[in-house]
Design a binder for this molecule. Sequence first.
Ligand code: ADP
Ligand code: MG
Ligand code: MG
Length: 944
Amino acid sequence: MSQYVYFFGGGKADGNKDMKDILGGKGSGLAEMTNAGVPVPPGFTISTQACNAYYDSGGKLPAEVDQQTDAALAKLEALQGKKLGNAKDPLLVSVRSGSKFSMPGMMDTILNLGMNDQSVEGVKAKTGNGRFAKDSYRRFIQMYGNVVLGIDKDKFEHELTAIKKKYKAKTDVELGEKALDEVIARYKVVVEKNTHHPFPQDPREQLVGARDAVFESWMNPRAITYRKLNDIPHNLGTAVNVQTMVFGNMGDTSATGVGFTRNPSTGAKEFYGEFLQNAQGEDVVAGIRTPHPIADLEKVMPKAYRQLRDITTRLERHYKDVQDFEFTIQENTLYMLQTRNGKRTGLAAINIAVDMCEEGVLTKKEALLKVEPQALDQLLHPIFDPKARTSVPVAAKGLPASPGAATGAVVFTAEDAVAWAQKGKKVLLVRMETVPDDIHGMSVAQGILTATGGMTSHAAVVGRQMGKPSVVGCGALDINAKAKTMKVAGKVVREGDPVSIDGSTGEVMLAAVPTSASEVIQVVEGKLKPEKSVIYQKFEKLLGWADEVRRLGIRANADVPKDAKVAFGFGARGIGLCRTEHMFFGAERLPHVVKMILSAARGQRGLDLTRRLKEQLKEAKGHRAMEIRKEIAKVQKELGKYIKDYTTALKKLEPMQKADFAGLFKEMHGSPVTIRTLDPPLHEFLPKREELMVEIAILKTKSATKNKRAIETKEKLLRAVEELHEFNPMLGHRGCRLGITYPELTKMQARAIFEAALQVAKKGIPVKPEVMIPLVGHVEELKRQKAIVIEAAKEVLGKGSGVEYTVGTMIEVPRGAVTADEIAKEAEFFSFGTNDLTQMGFGLSRDDAGKFLLYYLEHGLLEKDPFITLDASGVGILVEIGVKKGRSVKPKLKIGVCGEHGGDPGSIRFFHKVGLDYVSCSPYRVPIARLAAAQAQLEQPVSD
Ligand code: ADP
Ligand code: MG
Ligand code: MG
């Protein structure tokens, strides 16, 4: 028989902290705390397997679930000495959702279950507190009505507001027992009207209804959206926790609150949280009443406060992580209701990991595993430009819930945020308070600003988790969501107006404030001294630990010295890919490039013919020699102009390329620099056919005679564009195929590389050029290109220059991967070009996939975009074959990857596992790659 129900209570629990899969995060936390002797109201957890069974059988549950639930309930009743539904002294419970990964506010919870017309009187008699009893009952009807019976929340709020008005009460705390009786009566009418049934009085029926509603909430649209945004699988299911109620709403010696053991926004070591007196659960997070800072709890309930600090400090050490906890104090007695590892911003993650390691709570290795690599990116986001910042007045101040600078056009609803964002607008989402339904709007906004709620409100929690700048609880905002306006500091702000928020200070400015680079980037770019930036120091400390652990080398893809400098500053030790063509687009170069392209085919043919004839001439005599000379003259006459154009263009480009390469060598301080010979199809350097046609037409209508020369030039260009047209450019005349057909091109590039190397080496800076031939599918391609490179090296370097170089290839054509053993005979290194390998291996055109790839992802045909995370089970096999075959010929063959995947943590794990030597990624992803590579080694050690 399978176990579906797990009990906790009386100092012992069936579960523990390692059972999140089965019990969900909340259930496993309650079990662990119970076992650790922390005061937790007892109860039981119905497992996620029951949820999955519920979905598998279309809403039915195995009989065992009911049997085990009955048994657990009986055990709970015995332990508490109370019975569910008893008229005199009833057991009351909460029914709480909780899946493996926390999804704040996404699913449903019901409090005070077991209340009915009789038991409410029992509670009143037993506690002598009629107000409390009635308040609990009206909350139960409201929650059950909404969650289980599907009645709109507003319908209940409407009645509550009416009664508040009648009794002139500002908040619901001011409503007395009599008023609450009226609320209950009105609520019951709401239920009757909407369901055509009276409010269910049978506690068993209530329990089953609540349990199934929790299961159902797993598949509600907002939960589904949330899981999509956070990469959480849909098949995990949720557990249901049934737990004895404790009451924070029994008067002023009672309270409820939430908190963190450290500041989740900055990571500072400070006890952090909020509470409300005389309130129940959701009141704190819902942002309806603005709660008090937890420090004030010390004043009103000193004993409970000290106990809370003590317990949470122990929990932090026990879990070796920041704890995010919920508690309730019932008449001065403290109960813990939840604990979990706290979500945090990237900044906080780094500070906390480094601090906890230095406090001796974590080892370096444990600290490394605490930081999500992707979160490092947040430290690179821009901040407000300090100078510009001082000239803009602060209009209002709220709580700094999630750091960072955000500017955008104001929108007042999540729907508008999405609609505006789809039009390419940057928006700032302003809400009274956010609710779980808002997440799609939050995810597209630059930042989030709310008028109510505290540092643990929904907006704050979700904002931090998304790494979005957020300011919450900004009371000075007078929002009119219907009219899409707000009043701040005497000004009216309308939808679309620019507003800036500083999530680090809580400041709100009614203007678009310019931003500047983050502190970390300023240090990396050499504009700020490392000792001036605490953030940078922590960042580098953590990454230094990563460097001690990781096996993979980290390089960057950089084409110009400026990027190389940034990459080196971020810790890249080598360039894995320099795309030489990027340098061709410079304004002073493009004309020469165009000239070279226009003359390449005929120019190269002319050169080849002349060379061949001259060879023949050496052997020939007399009449034959005369004939050959005539032929040479003929070639010169026909093709001489092209030869000249071709060779002069190349000559012009050579020194320019040389200067670029020299810059790269210098910035890399002796680390290897891999330079790829020309790769893209040549038409990419020419204007578009349609554009040229339009331009010519315009010139002709203006004046065909006056514009004769211009028209001729453009028509020539048009002919060249048409000649170069390909049906399938990605599979066309590109990569090494260019260098094969136009060997002068490869020669020029190789010469520029070696000239640059020589120049830099002469200054005493070590250089390590690696020449990389792209798109090799057949060993013969590499062999021929390599010969040209070696010849250029001989010419330029001569003997005894001391400059050492290697020649290798990209493996990016499937045929290259499967014949890697052949290719390895000629190659001194491999670098996987996983962009093209995915494109060709998967048969997915990168430029056209947008149209259907999204469908594939949304409909679950593919879990991840294969251009972002390497398709390990398909394209990855090609990589594995390439590695195996390559190393079967050269066991020490150096192998790296230079596709976009080199900066993706999931793909890095794969590259680590298959034994690559390094990954190369864009400069800004270098920190992510360093950490991801260390985590890969910690999770799955691979030795060299
Ligand atoms: P969420 O996952 O949305 O936080 P919870 O299940 O944690 O939902 O419950 C919502 C609120 O109700 C929390 O503030 C929690 O502390 C409170 N709560 C849940 N169960 C109980 C209980 N047995 N007694 C008192 N308060 C409870
Ligand atoms: Mg909770
Ligand atoms: Mg490629």
